[in-house]
Design a protein around this ligand. Structure first.
Ligand SMILES: NC(=O)c1ccc[n+]([C@@H]2O[C@H](COP(=O)([O-])OP(=O)(O)OC[C@H]3O[C@@H](n4cnc5c(N)ncnc54)[C@H](O)[C@@H]3O)[C@@H](O)[C@H]2O)c1
Length: 323
């Protein structure tokens, strides 16, 4: 049993992490300001775990809020950030304030509290314009968006805090995570929840570009496994490292839409016939993304259980029952 602060715990990935940690018997505090997260993601946990789960409503841009949340904790899973490349292009200042200043606040609060390990949500966007495939942790290019800059700066700060103050960190470069509770609403919804919602409403999804861009779509349960391995790792070599967090398989947008029609078509035949539209490519998007997960396998013992298709089937079922 360990005491873990999950920042951004009201969001998609954070709420799944809170739930998984509580299920295995850990004591969990969540810090969130509900910028993009939802209290509904936490209500079942508040009810089920009154003695093991605490919610601190606060903003990582305020050092005092970070200090309050981290008090008495042993580990931090730092998930709070403003996601989305387009959001950061529209409003780089706010993305910078939350993703960089907020990150630094959390590092300082964690350092001063003597946190054992600071594990954080990094991003595949850090690979930027690097052409090499599969992506290996040490070979990155230039960032293609303000969001990508913020996530790379996080890695640099974590490393400097490890060298300067002796902190332990693990950074997890998430690759297009999807699954239950990912928000399908709002201007910056991710492609899978957005397309599922549109198909369920018999609307026409619009693919940016010709649909041949590809992603290493990663099911949430694989991400939970990586976070638990990062928390529990005891070998010295495994800490103060960055890891790709992915399944290690490439799916094009055209394939994705095909799978969605297939799986949703089992609930509603009409969905199979919905026409898919195409728009222009989006500024800041990486064309092809595929992770090497060798480092996570060898140093953390990562063994992802959900392929893209298996995870997508679970996800579609969840949206069908909950949307
Ligand atoms: N979903 C993905 O595919 C993906 C890919 C790469 C990296 N990431 C990173 O993973 C993390 C979680 O992403 P997610 O998809 O769950 O997004 P999300 O928007 O669902 O969750 C982010 C959470 O952070 C909270 N938050 C935002 N600003 C805050 C602030 N100033 N103070 C306190 N809380 C704040 C939000 O309210 C929300 O609950 C983020 O750091 C994101 O950059 C996600």
């Amino acid at each position: 049993m360990i005491k873990v602060l999950v920042t951004g715990g009201a969001g998609f990935i954070g709420s799944n992490l809170c739930e998984a940690l509580l299920e295995r018997g850990d004591i969990v505090t969540c810090l969130d300001n509900f910028a993009t997260g939802h209290i509904e993601n936490l209500l079942p946990l508040i009810e089920k775990y009154p003695n093991c789960f605490k919610l601190v409503v606060g903003d990582i841009r305020k050092l005092e809020d970070c200090r309050k949340a981290v008090k008495g904790m042993e580990y931090v899973l730092h998930e709070a950030a403003l996601g989305s490349v387009p959001r950061s292009i529209k409003d780089p200042i706010t993305s910078n304030e939350v993703n960089i200043n907020g990150f630094l606040n959390m590092l300082i609060a964690s350092r001063d509290e003597g946190i054992k390990r600071f594990i954080f949500a990094a991003s595949s966007s850090t690979y930027g314009d690097s052409q090499s495939l599969p992506k290996e942790e040490d070979v990155i290019g230039k960032p293609l968006s303000p969001y990508a800059i913020t996530k790379y700066v996080n890695e640099l700060y974590a490393d400097v805090f490890a060298r300067t103050y002796g902190m332990e960190y693990i950074g997890l470069r998430y690759f297009n995570v999807f699954g239950r509770r990912q928000d399908p609403f709002g201007a910056y919804a991710a492609v899978i929840p957005l397309f599922v919602k549109q198909l369920m409403r018999h609307e026409n999804p619009v693919i940016n570009g010709d649909g041949e861009y590809s992603r290493d779509f990663t099911y949430i349960d694989n991400v939970i496994q990586m976070n638990q391995l990062a928390l529990d790792a005891t070998n010295f070599d495994a800490v103060n490292q960055i890891y790709n967090t992915a399944f290690g398989e490439r799916t094009t947008l055209n394939q994705l839409v095909g799978y969605l029609k297939e799986f949703l078509g089992e609930f509603d035949e009409e969905i199979r016939k919905i026409e898919i539209l195409h728009g222009p490519n989006r500024v800041g998007d990486i064309p092809y993304s595929l992770a090497s997960i060798d480092k996570a396998k060898s140093l953390l013992g990562y063994a992802p259980q959900y392929s893209m298709r298996l995870g997508l089937q679970e996800t579609v079922k969840w949206y069908w029952n909950n949307l």
